[in-house]
Design a protein around this ligand. Structure first.
Ligand code: ADP
Ligand code: MG
Length: 342
């Protein structure tokens, strides 16, 4: 494949290459790329902003992450934060620090993923910054969205008696990462070995090409449901439950049997000698939504596609507990791996 050094076209040449054919489409985008700043008109909406910074070697590993997937995921994880506020992302900015290891073609590939996410989620790329880095690739994405006054959902609104709900299934992304890490080790030990990743499509897709739950936020709008608290699951269910509990000043009681775990996740956890519920609680990078609703809204959520009621909000003094399938109560800890006794 052709390799053009970024030095031959320079920073402006590169920005031009990755943005020249692009036209924003959102009504709120008054001016996008090409001036000192982008201009956004959010009219009567409240502006919701979120940023993430991804460092090579810390947040992603180039040895098994295709560049296009990386660009896609970098955008999606940010959009997920905006949806977690019950708001709608409209614009993003993308900033890069690039080492000389990366060619113009590599950055173009990364932007194919960025643009694919923009198209899929209806957001405009309106700017960014580009610089060189001594070592490794760094990507920072900022997402800007619109929230309706009175409909923005924070982490702090859960109250005892509310129901705890989660979208989708948990733990798959973490196991996808474990599979990729395992194959990397095998390859490092013996370069003759070819990665064995067949048969793990679902887990790998959850890790390499996650999606944000735009559909659920749309569903809330259609069914006139406003959660009392919400957060997206980036660090794992246990950790996000802690955040809601701390912000809202409440406790939770989770039913292990109700926590959605996909069959492939379940089987792979067993194969890795891990407890599936531990994987679901501590895994992370699922980008599902964790939210609480008033118990009066039970009928609304009960029949919604892909929404699972996994427990109840309790008074703060009751703590954060898991009711296991075996009938025991276990305190949920956010940090570290805790294998529950069978
Ligand atoms: P400035 O000198 O004002 O920082 P730049 O030359 O860095 O401007 O950027 C020129 C335009 O290109 C700006 O609109 C900026 O937002 C946009 N831009 C720069 N880098 C990127 C990038 N990596 N992705 C998208 N847009 C970018
Ligand atoms: Mg700049």
């Amino acid at each position: 494949m052709k390799r053009t050094e970024i030095g031959t076209i320079g920073e402006f040449g590169l920005i031009d290459k990755i943005t020249a054919d692009y036209k924003p489409s959102q009504k709120s985008t008054i001016y996008g790329i090409g001036d000192d700043a982008a201009v956004i008109d959010n009219a009567n909406y409240q502006t919701v902003v979120s940023t993430d910074l991804l460092m090579e070697g810390i947040h992603f590993d180039m040895s098994y992450t295709p560049l296009k997937h990386l660009g896609y995921k970098a955008v999606v994880v940010n959009l997920s934060d905006i949806y977690a506020m019950n708001a709608t992302p409209k614009q993003i900015t993308v900033s890069l620090a690039i080492s000389s290891r990366f060619s113009v073609e590599a950055i173009e590939e990364l932007y194919k993923g960025v643009y694919a996410a923009c198209e899929r989620y209806n957001v405009d790329l309106v700017g960014g910054d580009t610089t060189s880095s001594l070592k490794g690739l760094m990507i920072s994405v900022t997402a800007i969205g619109q929230g309706e006054k009175g409909k923005i959902v924070y982490r702090n609104g859960a109250k005892p008696g509310d129901l705890i709900c989660v979208t989708g299934d948990l733990g798959a992304s973490y196991l996808g990462l474990q599979l990729l890490e395992r194959e990397k080790q095998v390859y490092a030990a013996n370069p003759e070995m070819q990665p064995v990743l067949e048969g793990h499509d679902y887990l790998l897709k959850r890790q390499l090409k996650p999606e944000a739950r735009k559909d659920i936020v749309d569903l809330f709008e259609q069914s006139k449901l406003i959660p009392t608290a919400m957060i997206d699951i980036s660090d794992g269910l246990a950790s996000e439950l802690m955040h809601i509990c701390r912000s809202s000043g409440v406790g939770v009681f989770i039913e292990e049997a109700q926590v959605p775990i996909q069959e492939e996740t379940y089987n792979q956890a067993i194969e890795f000698n891990m407890d599936p519920i531990t994987v679901a609680l501590s895994g992370g990078e699922d980008y599902e939504l964790l939210f609480t609703v008033d118990s009066a809204d039970l009928e609304k959520v009960r029949y919604m596609n892909d929404i699972y009621v996994i427990g109840d909000v309790t008074p703060k003094e009751d703590g954060i507990y898991l009711h296991t399938k075996g009938g025991n109560r276990h305190q949920i800890k956010a940090q570290g791996w805790r294998h529950f006794e069978q």
